[in-house]
Design a protein around this ligand. Structure first.
Ligand SMILES: C=C(O[C@@H]1C=C(C(=O)O)C=C[C@H]1O)C(=O)O
Length: 381
């Protein structure tokens, strides 16, 4: 058996040779970049890359072809990245981001006209109060109507829930994102405490119907299962549930909603903080029609459609990895009327003004079918 140290010495020598060749390859890429600058040829050449991968796999032979193909892709990824940097080429998305950064307002507005779904006392309203010092709120019945009000310029901002730490993403909102034109300008995280609310004098033992929004019902599933005989009614939002209880002439109904709703609708809190996990947070997005990047924006959201083939998502993730950009959320939603094609939503942790973000914006289109930049923002905790 060979001595481990001796084998490792051989590996080190091979790595040295590979690195010298890598540097040589990269300087060829720099020459290619200059040729492309003169001729206006695009950096990415899909046919050439396909041939290179095929050749590498064939040459590596049985058992190694997959590794060789991945290695060749990584080499070309690095070479493309260096070419983009050298040429300082700006894609439409990178130009949009640069223009938004150049016309950055000094601060996020304190007052605004804001759309949200539901009625007074809904968690969205609490989120609006967290995001703005003084907001005039226009309530709409559906999330779709909030998107439309922003898109049509009826209001400057809209506030929508996007994910909960217990129940997961608000799928309906993610699905609507595909249908509307908007930008995310800020997000906030709110601790959510659900309470069992009923009319004054009502006893918990007599409750047979519980009204609430689907998300609150999911977040209180264990609690609801402790009621021996109860029916659950889904409502548009938690504040509507509280209002239905207040307006009901039955004496066996209760709602799961915020404590603020108890005061608003003249109800009593029968039990406080009944969510299954005490650490229950919801993230809300503040959207606007125009792209504005406010100071301090260090997160961005991208909508990406990949090819329906092996490794498609991997190639996108490799871009983030190559640029040392951390992902804070990845969500996938089926694209309507397409069989098993998915839209991916990425939240990345990277200042909008950082050079690596510019490089990302310049090179993403090489690795996906389509992408849409939804904005860069700060998350308010
Ligand atoms: C270097 C080139 O640019 C890109 C990178 C490639 C590579 O590193 O081999 C191949 C094709 C292009 O997408 C080239 O066009 O040859």
């Amino acid at each position: 058996m060979s001595d481990l140290l001796e084998i490792r010495n051989r590996i080190d020598a091979i790595d040295g040779q590979i690195l010298d060749l890598f540097k040589e390859r990269m300087s060829c890429a720099a020459e290619v970049a200059e040729y492309k600058r003169d001729t206006g040829k695009p950096v990415y050449d899909a046919a050439r890359e396909r041939d290179n991968i095929q050749r590498a796999a064939d040459r590596a032979g049985a058992g190694l072809e997959h590794y060789a193909a991945v290695l060749e892709s990584l080499l070309m990824e690095a070479s493309r990245d260096a070419q983009y940097r050298r040429l300082g080429k700006s894609s439409a998305a990178a130009t949009t981001v640069a223009a938004a950064l150049a016309s950055q307002p000094p601060y996020f507005p304190e007052r605004a006209f804001v759309a949200c779904q539901g009625v007074e006392g809904a968690y969205q309203q609490l989120a609006v109060d967290r995001l703005f010092k003084r907001a005039n709120i226009a309530y709409f019945e559906t999330f779709d109507a909030v998107f439309s009000a922003v898109e049509r310029g009826i209001v400057k901002f809209g506030v929508l829930p996007i994910e909960n730490s217990t129940a997961g993403s608000v799928n309906h909102v993610f699905d609507l994102m595909m249908q509307h034109d908007f930008h995310i300008v800020r997000t906030c995280r709110l601790k959510i405490d659900h309470n069992l609310l009923a009319k004054p004098g009502q006893r918990k033992e007599d409750v047979h119907i519980i009204y609430s929004h689907q998300q609150a019902i999911s977040q209180c599933a264990d609690y609801i299962s402790t009621f021996p005989d109860v029916r659950v009614h889904v409502t548009e939002n938690t504040a509507m549930a509280a209002r239905m209880v207040a307006e009901s002439d039955r004496d066996d109904v209760a709602a799961l909603a915020s404590a603020a709703c108890a005061d608003l609708y003249g109800l009593e809190v029968l039990e406080r903080s009944v969510q299954d996990l005490q650490n229950n947070y919801t993230r809300f997005a503040c959207i606007s029609r125009d792209l504005t990047i406010y100071p301090g924006a260090d997160r961005s959201t991208l909508m990406i459609e990949t090819k329906h083939e092996p490794g498609a998502l991997y190639k996108v993730l490799a871009r983030f990895y190559a640029l040392d950009i951390n992902l804070v959320k990845l969500e996938s939603r089926p694209i309507p009327e397409r069989e098993f094609d998915f839209m991916f939503y990425f939240d990345v942790d990277c200042p909008a003004a950082a050079p690596e973000f510019q490089t990302l914006m310049n090179s993403l289109s090489d690795v996906c079918e389509e992408f849409r930049y939804l904005g860069s923002y700060t998350e308010v905790l």
